[in-house]
Design a protein. Sequence first.
Length: 279
Amino acid sequence: MSESKALDVRAEMLKGAQSLAVASPPSRSRGVTSDLSIDEALLLHGAGWEPVDLVCGVSVVSVPVGVWNWGQGEISVASIAHNAAVKDASEQLRAECSKVQGHGVVGVRVEVEVRTHHIDVELIGTAVRPLNEGGHPSVPFVSDLSARDFTLLMGAGWMPVGLAFGASFVYAPRRSAGDTLKQKTQNIELANFTEAMYSARESAMERMQRSALEVGGQGVVEVKVTEGPMHFARHAVGFTAWGTAVRLVTEAHQFMRPEVVLPLDDIVVTFEAKSLRAT
């Protein structure tokens, strides 16, 4: 090997050290993990978005011993614990979405379990981002809308901003011994449980609406509710509500015109009309 073509080891080592010091740009060819169906993934790509990764947020908040025992009014400690658990899990979900450079999370599955001494919340969804990348948002959105509903929402000029949630647990007043004996053989409304359920519902719905406003939403869609007595506390009822807070991002709502799609690969089945007659 000639002198002119001799390898400059020092220069090569310096070049390698400099390349290691510079962070490589994120690769768009990385593997994608998603719980979206094939139809949803293709529809998402058609709208200019792509799935990034499966993300989750979990929170377990304790409930003090004895709060489910007999009392009056709302069980405030349990209501606060539930709302705190959902909020913490949602923040963890946003943090994981940011780590994988997602702009938001769609298709979030909400699993809440109320136990005697703690409340468990688990949120799992797919982080997504636009194909043209753009600037990374400081606060990714969280939505339990499916990818199909997400694309329809964007087409109408709206965007999800976060999960809206509210919960309330209320004591159902006991009936007096006299009323219990009188009503033992009658079919009557249990007014104590009815009033407790109405009270829990009003508080939970108000809190859900308030949480939607806190994240900048103008409304809540796909609201889901659970209600009923606690299986471990006979005289306590609960009402929980959650949905996706949305905000209009265009000057006005865009009317979505329905389109009729006729597949061309369906098997054509023909028959004669006389075959429908009774024999």
